[in-house]
Design a protein around this ligand. Structure first.
Ligand SMILES: Cc1cc2nc3c(=O)[nH]c(=O)nc-3n(C[C@H](O)[C@H](O)[C@H](O)COP(=O)(O)O)c2cc1C
Length: 323
């Protein structure tokens, strides 16, 4: 990092082009800003969203069988809080439908987020089925064990269950012609010791990275706390998700990658997560509030922030606050 630089050396650095191209787990991203899971549930529009400036998109969550999700209404805006509450419940057309869409040429990095059916009698095996069907068609796979909208799904974050899921998918992954990076997406509503346990299981079972975090079930960070059913995203999630990210960044092995998600509304928010240890980030709620130009606008701002601090790459800023 060139935090203090003087004279011509400094000018030279500042004139150098700061690009947003970066790499995570061997994947080359045009930008570190990704679209979080839940927007393109069935992999119908990944090329359209990539063309809005996203460096990568995550489709899903996909379950083995199609399901309609929870009854409507199931998505609510809280404009004063810059937040959303959703209780969608993995509405999706199932893995076979998605496997057809996934064969289309892709304009960038596309990951798939996988989950279990609400009525499944063996949720652990659902992950194996979707992984087997879809992993080879995408650039990476995210194991979603953190949605609050499928009963008992978050219990799969318990070490013994998570380990079973990981062992199953890993055995398929190693047999693929090109094994894919595997990420685990975790909840923000976890105690410190749970997070360390999850991290340990991930690192012992060949997980490439963690995505922190999914939506929260807590109303604690709302300006006007009210009880609700479902998952809260947007501004009130920024701090809780950062708390998890910071802890993971401190405790993880150097080779474990982190993707920061939760409450990002600006380039400053992105930069904070990057400096905390995220190699890439994802957004959802601010995209809903701010529309399609939001991503490219934040990219311009992010470049300025990096340049101001003398960073010529994203990578050089990752974890700066830990050093
Ligand atoms: C309407 C809606 C649907 C979502 N569906 C999923 C999903 O299917 N799978 C998943 O892993 N996360 C899902 N999420 C969570 C987001 O991917 C993200 O983790 C969360 O919204 C926090 O980011 P944000 O504050 O930028 O929105 C959903 C979020 C929203 C608002």
């Amino acid at each position: 990092m060139l935090s203090t630089c003087f004279g011509s050396a400094c000018k030279k650095k500042k004139n150098a082009t700061t690009g947003l191209k970066t790499k995570i787990c061997g994947m080359e991203l045009a930008s570190p800003i990704g679209l979080a899971a839940g927007f393109d549930k069935n992999a119908d529009v990944f090329n359209a969203t990539l063309s809005l400036g996203f460096g990568f998109v995550e489709v899903g969550t996909i379950t083995p069988n199609p399901q309609t999700g929870n009854p409507k209404p199931r998505l609510f805006r809280l404009p004063d809080e810059e937040a959303l509450i959703n209780k969608m419940g993995f509405n999706n057309k199932g893995m076979l439908y998605v496997s057809k869409n996934a064969r289309k040429p892709k304009l960038g990095i596309v990951g798939v987020n996988i989950g279990a059916n609400a009525k499944s009698i063996n949720k652990v095996l659902d992950y194996t089925s979707v992984f087997e069907c879809l992993a080879h068609l995408f650039d990476y796979v995210t194991i979603n064990v953190s949605s609050p909208n499928t009963k008992n799904l978050r219990d799969l974050q318990k070490p013994e269950l998570l380990e079973k899921i990981l062992k199953n998918v890993k055995s398929i992954n190693v047999s693929l012609k090109s094994p894919v990076p595997i990420f685990i997406k975790i909840a923000p509503d976890l105690y410190k010791n749970n997070i360390i346990e999850i991290l340990n299981v991930c690192e012992e079972n060949g997980v490439s990275g963690l995505i922190a975090t999914n939506t929260t079930i807590s109303s604690k960070t709302l300006k006007k706390p009210t009880s609700f059913e479902g998952g809260l995203s947007g501004k009130p999630l920024f701090k809780p998700s950062n708390n998890i990210l910071r802890l993971l960044a401190k405790k993880k092995n150097a080779s474990t990658a982190l993707i920061g998600v939760g409450g990002i509304f600006s380039a400053t928010d992105i930069y904070e997560k990057i400096k905390m240890g995220a190699s890439a980030v994802q957004i959802y709620t601010s995209f809903v509030y701010n529309g399609p130009r939001h991503v490219k606008k934040m990219e311009v701002e992010l470049k300025k922030l990096l340049l101001n601090d003398g960073y010529s790459t994203i990578d050089s800023a990752v974890g700066a606050l830990l050093r």
